[in-house]
Ligand binder design. Sequence first.
Ligand code: NAD
Length: 474
Amino acid sequence: MVVVRDELYVAGRWRRPHGQDELLVHGAANGAVIGIIPDADAVDVDDAVEAAKQAFPAWSTTPLHERLELIRHLEEALTARIDELARTITTEVGTPVRVSRLLQAEAPCRSLAHYRALLPELSLEEKIGSSVVVREPLGVVACITAWNYPLQQLLGKIGAALATGCTTVVKPSEVAPLSAFTVAEAVDEAGFPAGVFNLVTGTAESVGEPLVVHPDVDMVHVTGSTRAGRRIGALAAGTIKRLALELGGKSANVILDDADLAQAVKVGVANCFTNSGQTCTAWTRMLVPHGRLAEVEELVKARVAGYRLGDPLDPATNMGPLVSQRQQEAVRGFIRGALDEGARLVAGGPEQPEETAAGYFVKPTVFSDVTPGMTIAQEEVFGPVLAIMPFDDDDDAIRIANSTIYGLAGGVWSQDTERAGRVARRIRAGQIDINGSFFNAQAPFGGFKQSGIGRELGIHGLLEFYELKSLQYA
Ligand code: NAD
């Protein structure tokens, strides 16, 4: 079935776009067209930004409890559509259905509940000497998202923006845009005032850049590649707007010599290969003491052998395809490059997996003896590829962990929690799990170095959406 969406959601209603072009959305499992969406243009962007600007004065002064009540309605409207959302994202992105309900639908909706719980605790005024310092909502926020966790990124952004009193224009990734239309329907059903949420679909060129340069957009909140982040940063400089950039990663999973190897490898492999490796925080480098390399390789091979590739809608599948042919070709290129650079292949390879005649599949692939200078150790592959890198001691592990332009996430494993904590504090990354702890959606999330600017989620994520004003009373 092909989902045809030929309208944008602007100023509280569905309307035909000014831009006359269309974009095709392809299913990850076999490349078939599963959707058609508008490729809007700069006129549509102007209309959406104007609607958000007009809505801002009233929305930003609406009592907090009323805003949060509407967010609760949104949560309910989305919860009623959980199965539809999970299935849509599985079809677009290829996330196996056995995990997509939780990962791609339920967890994202929960972030709205977190914002509702946290915001009333946030003090928006403080006294500093003769000043009263107040936080005021920033204004119009352009929310631009990537395709790998489309709903998580969208709700993470609009949940915080709407709760804090900002108004939004949303541009989802053109690769996985369909769940954003469901969100717009849910916003409409929830009864938000016209203009506080607007949806404009298109490409980076047709919609993304016009939003970034728009003088009435006060903040651009983007999840995407570091390459896009650089370009967006340069464009946003023209109007000095606030930027929040959630970008790429090359995260290190540091397994110290006293770690529980079996557990560290089990969690590390699962982390790297979730969503076929298309996760910004994926621990794509496994750092291992020289003396335990052979043991780790055997454990990794055994875990990788447990992956069953296939149709993501089949509940037996635990590794789906990549999102697109472009992504598949790029990942295979990285695998060939690693072989050329002398990395030792432990599992997988660049060929189409035997069990999947069609579809954008890549074998779960593992290299060992990877050194920090190799491309596979430096660049974000965004596919199911793990690089095992040996180290000498804790200092060496930290040096290797910090040897990329990225700093998004990571893991540290040791029986000695204090030692693991000391190592974690020396890794320049935004979020580090010690001994395989769980993702905490209330803790700040974001990157050091070229992994981004700013933090999303929790109180710290909410604070990004305010301006500070100092009032001096004589
Ligand atoms: P991408 O950079 O190609 O696109 C992301 C979004 O930005 C899309 O909506 C795209 O249309 C838009 N865009 C790109 N260039 C733009 C420009 N010049 N102006 C305005 N908009 C522009 O990324 P992708 O391929 O969709 O997603 C994969 C990337 O996202 C990976 O690098 C991954 O690490 C990163 N990511 C980061 C996080 C995080 O939270 N740090 C989370 C998920 C994904």
